[in-house]
Design a protein around this ligand. Structure first.
Ligand code: SAM
Length: 263
């Protein structure tokens, strides 16, 4: 087996074991439940497929980072992002740039990355997302995929998306998590009405398509949808509380542009 195949397997084992245990281990050896904050396994699988769909047809010679992730938490989402990149032949050190200022899990996220053998692939910055993303823009990095799962207030997630947009080429993808939350639903509405983003889903053969996913049951409980526009235009694209938005154009709005997006 090649080294990449070994890492893919070790990473898959770490994911399986963590879900089976329902816990991660801190540096002090304590167990912490993953139930309240880590992404569910199907959401991880979706992220992995979305990364493959985004990168598979792309030239592999751009410099790291390729993916930005906001919020490490348990590290489970990071493992899936890493698997997606590895499956596309991307194994550069620091291919995933992650911002997470807090270490409330006492090193458990980093330990999981080490156990899964993907720690080299991840450049974890213990800082807020807005400072890390501004640095990436200043350094003129381009990334093709961003997973936003940090602070879930409307304004912080909006700032994340605003700064991520500056790093994304046309065709790049933002994955928003926790679409059951009104703040995230509102952000998705803003990006799809005032900015050039279209909702996409991943097909079974790992292509991104501008069409709804096959089952609304895997999305958001319609009773928790706070806007009729979200229900009409975006709800059917949400899969495991995750919405993929693909950039269709660079910024081209008039200085006084504003499209009402909340109804
Ligand atoms: C819901 S958890 C992420 C869960 C993770 N995706 C997983 O699979 O375990 C949210 C994380 O975002 C981090 N966070 C909160 N505010 C942040 C910010 N402004 N910038 C970056 N990370 C932030 C928190 O410390 C926390 O680890």
């Amino acid at each position: 087996m090649s080294q990449v195949a070994d890492i893919l397997e070790t990473c898959a084992d770490a994911i399986e074991q963590t879900h089976a245990d329902g816990t991660i281990v801190t540096r002090a050896g304590d167990l912490r439940s993953i139930r309240d904050f880590a992404i569910p396994r199907p959401c991880g699988a979706l992220l992995e497929r979305a990364v493959v769909a985004t990168f598979d047809s792309e030239p592999k010679n751009t410099s790291a980072p390729h993916v930005v992730e906001i919020g490490l938490g348990s590290g489970l989402a990071t493992l899936h992002l890493a698997r997606g990149l590895l499956r596309c032949g991307i194994s550069a050190p620091g291919a995933i740039r992650n911002a997470d200022p807090g270490d409330y899990l006492d090193g458990a996220g980093e330990l999981l990355l080490e156990r899964a053998d993907v720690a080299d692939l991840v450049d974890l910055r213990r800082e807020y997302s807005h400072t890390m993303l501004a640095d990436l823009e200043r350094e003129e990095h381009a990334v093709r995929f961003a997973f936003i799962d940090g602070a879930h207030l409307f304004d912080t997630a909006l700032v994340d998306a605003f700064l991520v947009d500056k790093l994304l080429p046309v065709g790049g993808v933002i994955a928003l998590h926790d679409l059951w939350m009104p703040a995230l639903q509102t952000l998705a509405l803003f990006l799809t009405t005032n900015r050039a983003y279209e909702p996409v889903t991943v097909t079974a053969n790992e292509q991104l398509v501008a069409g709804p996913c096959e089952s609304e049951k895997r999305g958001v409980d319609p009773d928790r949808v706070v806007s009729t526009r979200f229900k009409r235009d975006l709800l059917s694209y949400v899969d495991w509380h995750t919405l993929l938005l693909r950039k269709t154009e660079h910024e081209s709005r008039a200085w006084d542009h504003f499209a009402p997006f909340w109804e």
